[in-house]
Design a protein around this ligand. Structure first.
Ligand code: PLP
Length: 347
């Protein structure tokens, strides 16, 4: 049975929320370059955006060192997570993942008939790769790995993950959700996308919603073997849900290294400030490689969210191993100060 559960509460969408620290968005986006691209392209909106899509895909393929046959685009990576879940599991099978992890793909897989085989994270909240390899059986249709992992924010060691992928992908495709990878610092901040180039049956999924600040503009992509892309495309179409304006915005943002660097730097500063502040209050945050962090709270999660909401702060609450945990996204420094002040009133 699953270790992690989330409290779903309307509080997070309440109008009194001033500091929206719920959904791991980028408070600095969209980049100015992307906003201008939307304005400049909107008058072309009477036409389908095939040519513009081809340009964006060429840019991504070039940067990733793959061909456009290795790419599938979606209106957000959620769309790709769902399509993969539907196509891989429409005839049953099981999915192996960590618990806790990001549940989007797994929930859809379960709805179309899959069995979920959750594998508890290790004591430092990384993926227990040995246990995951052992959980793979003849009915396993996909292994889902979120790295860095949401909701805990941790990174699984790059070398270990690479070795796992090389071995286990011989039996089953391995889907690696790297939504937060570009925000991570240090030697472990390594994408597994070169494995795709090297021919392994690995799928790497990315999004424009996080480092590129375009959550509401909806673009994501996955890199996989052309046969895998063909399998998913045989049932569903890639890229059709993306608007012309979003494609132009994405093309601009993708090349906007300055914006991405600025986001990374400011996110890190917000994270350092928040980590120090919550530690000073006696909390013990899990070291995070992302734009959110998690720590145990000594209060029922629903009650906690209500009390934070009453002070204008939106965040999230989970129970993991029967412990109440808060997950807070990194906002601007002012928003993090609001979060810290609100949290102080509860301590
Ligand atoms: N994957 C992970 C791990 C996420 O946390 C999220 C969103 O928070 C997504 C995928 C989906 O993002 P989007 O559909 O905006 O690309």
């Amino acid at each position: 049975s699953p270790l992690a559960r989330e409290y779903f509460v309307d509080e997070n969408f309440a109008p009194e929320i001033v500091a929206k620290l719920t959904s791991n968005e980028n408070p600095y986006g969209p980049p100015a370059s992307a906003k201008q691209a939307v304005i400049d392209s909107v008058s072309g909106g009477n036409r389908y955006a095939w040519r513009e899509m081809a340009t964006l895909m060429d840019n991504i393929a070039e940067k990733e060192g793959v061909t456009t046959k290795h790419l599938m685009m979606g209106p957000g990576s959620s769309d790709l997570l769902e399509k993969v879940a539907i196509v891989r599991f429409m005839n049953g099978g099981n999915i192996v993942s960590a618990d806790p992890t990001y549940m989007s793909l797994i929930r859809v897989a379960e709805r179309v008939g899959a069995t979920w085989k959750p594998v508890p994270c290790t004591s430092d909240w990384s993926h227990d790769l040995d246990a995951m390899a052992a959980a793979v059986d003849a009915d396993t249709k996909l292994v889902y790995i979120c790295n860095p992992n949401n909701p805990v924010g941790t990174m699984t060691a790059a070398k270990d993950l690479e070795a796992f992928c090389k071995k286990v992908s011989k039996t089953v495709p391995i889907f690696i959700d790297e939504a937060y990878m570009e925000l991570a610092y240090g030697p472990e901040a390594v994408s597994q996308s070169p494995l795709v180039k090297d021919g392994y049956n690995v799928i790497v999924c990315r999004t424009f919603s996080k480092i590129m600040g375009m959550a509401g503009l909806r673009i994501g992509f996955m890199i996989a073997q052309p046969e895998f892309i063909k399998e998913i495309s045989s049932v569903t179409r890639g890229g059709m849900g993306i608007s012309l304006t979003s494609i132009h915005a994405a093309t601009a943002a993708y090349g906007d290294d300055g914006f991405q660097e600025m986001t990374k730097t400011k996110n890190d500063a917000a994270k350092k400030y928040t980590t120090a502040a919550v530690k000073a209050m006696g909390y013990d945050p899990i070291p995070s490689f992302t734009n959110f962090m998690m720590f145990e709270i000594n209060m029922n999660g629903k009650e906690f969210l209500g009390k934070m909401r009453d002070q204008g702060v939106g965040c999230r609450a989970f129970t993991i191993n029967d412990k109440d945990m808060c997950r807070v996204s990194m906002g601007t420094m002012d928003e993090m100060k609001m979060f810290v002040s609100a949290l102080k009133t509860l301590s």
